[in-house]
Design a protein around this ligand. Structure first.
Ligand code: FAD
Length: 403
């Protein structure tokens, strides 16, 4: 028997994008139905991102969605770039006049948002995969196993393998980088204080803070590589050898809790919509983790979509909704450009040539520019920290806070 429901807004996916949109819409009195294919436990355990931009933290705070982040998160405002054994500090909080990140694991944010969504009256339906979205031009229908939801609008927040490709074929422009990143969640003997990026002839290595005695580690690997080629000892020793003498000043790596290989690619959908269906988050664009932007752009999209839909549904104004796809594509390209620039800095060209010392020295020079006060460093610092406008299209421009 098929369960038939209706909602003003149907949301596919309970990641950061879907949950932020659900909270904002439900609190504004919009009737929302959120379907998620995984169980609640799986969604709340999924360890991924961990750096929340200034503007996103401000936005969540302004909607009373940041209690956990403000209580348990840690302020973060510098990163270290390591090249030819030298460690260069980029104090981006100081360089940007006080903007920084909050370190708060994505799974903790997701847990908070599920609770908030329920409190606002939208109880996500877990274990409900959406197989198709039909009637996109009129009243879209979410179709799942034994379930149909008739909606006025749909927000597809279903991640990088989104239904969007079927709904808007040919709207994505993608790029495959000529390397991948091994990603590992590792235990450390003391908290990692700041992001560390290492450029080395053997490949990039990175260490990102997470809460307590856990950190996320990245290693550049060849495209065809697999996670099971990397046992814990190989992960630790590759990180140590790429970091060189700088490793002595970093927390010691312990148990490797999880490993995976991130296929390094970028994608932007030029139209983040199809009829009455909007796409948000990784459904609309995929970023490499280099600049820690994926989670943040997903929340920015969700906020824009939610406020545009509230304007349309509650106030009868379609102006914001009409500009949604254009605004999101413009911002996605800006962020994509930033992430790509950072990736170029962090990887030697392939092939690096017989003498990698030239591209290495060039990168050291560029890193120096990012750490020294000046227009280049200030621009990087603002982009990296996400100091810009809060992602509510009608919201106030955030006031800079001291770190
Ligand atoms: P997702 O979080 O992918 O959520 C999509 C949801 O939709 C999922 O719950 C999925 O189960 C559900 N779903 C999918 N298909 C269906 C369907 N048909 N029906 C119902 N439900 C469905 N970003 C950063 O900003 N900083 C970082 O440091 C960072 N590090 C990362 C590290 C790793 C290892 C990974 C994998 C990603 C990282 N990212 C980072 C990226 C970030 O995690 C994503 O950009 C972010 O999760 C996007 O949120 P989203 O809500 O758009 O999609």
């Amino acid at each position: 028997m098929t369960l038939r429901l209706s909602a003003q807004v149907g949301i596919v996916g309970a990641g950061p994008a879907g949950l932020v949109a659900a909270c904002v819409l439900a609190r504004a009195g919009v009737d929302v139905c959120l379907l998620e294919k995984e169980t609640r436990e799986a969604v709340e355990r999924r360890a991924r991102a961990g750096l929340v931009e200034h503007r996103v933290a401000e936005y969540l705070d302004g909607r009373r969605l940041a209690d956990g982040l403000r209580t348990h998160g840690v302020r973060h405002g510098w990163c270290d770039m390591v090249c030819e054994g030298e460690r260069l500090r980029v104090d981006y909080a100081a360089l940007s006049g006080g903007f920084g990140h909050w370190v708060y694991p994505q799974q903790a944010l997701v847990r908070d948002l599920v609770t908030r969504s329920e409190a606002a009256g939208c109880r996500p339906r877990f274990g409900r995969a959406v197989h198709a979205v039909t009637d996109v031009a009129d009243r879209p229908r979410l179709v799942g196993e034994g379930l149909e939801v008739r909606c006025d609008y749909v927000l597809c927040c279903d991640g990088p393998h989104s239904l969007a490709e079927r709904l808007a074929p040919g709207t994505a422009r993608g790029f495959r980088y000529p390397y991948d990143w091994l990603t590992a969640l590792v235990e450390v003997d003391r908290p990692v204080e700041g992001v560390v990026y290492v450029v080395h002839p053997d490949g990039f290595a990175g260490l990102m803070p997470r809460t307590g005695h856990r950190a996320r580690l990245y290693l550049q690997v060849p495209c065809a590589d697999r996670a099971d080629h990397w046992n814990p000892e190989r992960v630790r020793s590759a990180f140590r050898s790429r970091s060189g003498p700088v490793a002595d000043g970093l927390p010691a790596l312990g148990a490797v809790l999880e490993t995976g290989v991130l296929r390094m690619r970028g994608m932007v959908r030029d139209r983040a919509e199809a009829g009455r269906v909007l796409f948000a988050g990784d459904a609309a664009h995929v970023l490499t983790p280099s600049g820690a932007k994926g989670l943040n752009l997903a929340v920015a999209d969700a906020a824009d979509a939610a406020h545009s839909l509230i304007d349309r549904i509650r106030h009868g104004s379609g102006a914001a909704l009409a500009g949604y796809a254009r605004r999101r594509a413009a911002e996605a390209w800006q962020v994509q450009e930033f992430s790509d620039r950072l990736l170029t800095l962090l990887h030697l060209p392939e092939p690096a040539g017989s003498d990698p010392r030239f591209p290495l020295r060039l990168r050291r020079e560029r890193m120096g520019h990012l750490g020294r006060p000046g227009p280049q460093a200030a621009a990087f610092a603002h982009w990296y920290a996400g100091s810009g406008r809060a992602p509510d299209p009608r919201g106030p421009v955030p006031v800079a806070e001291g770190m």
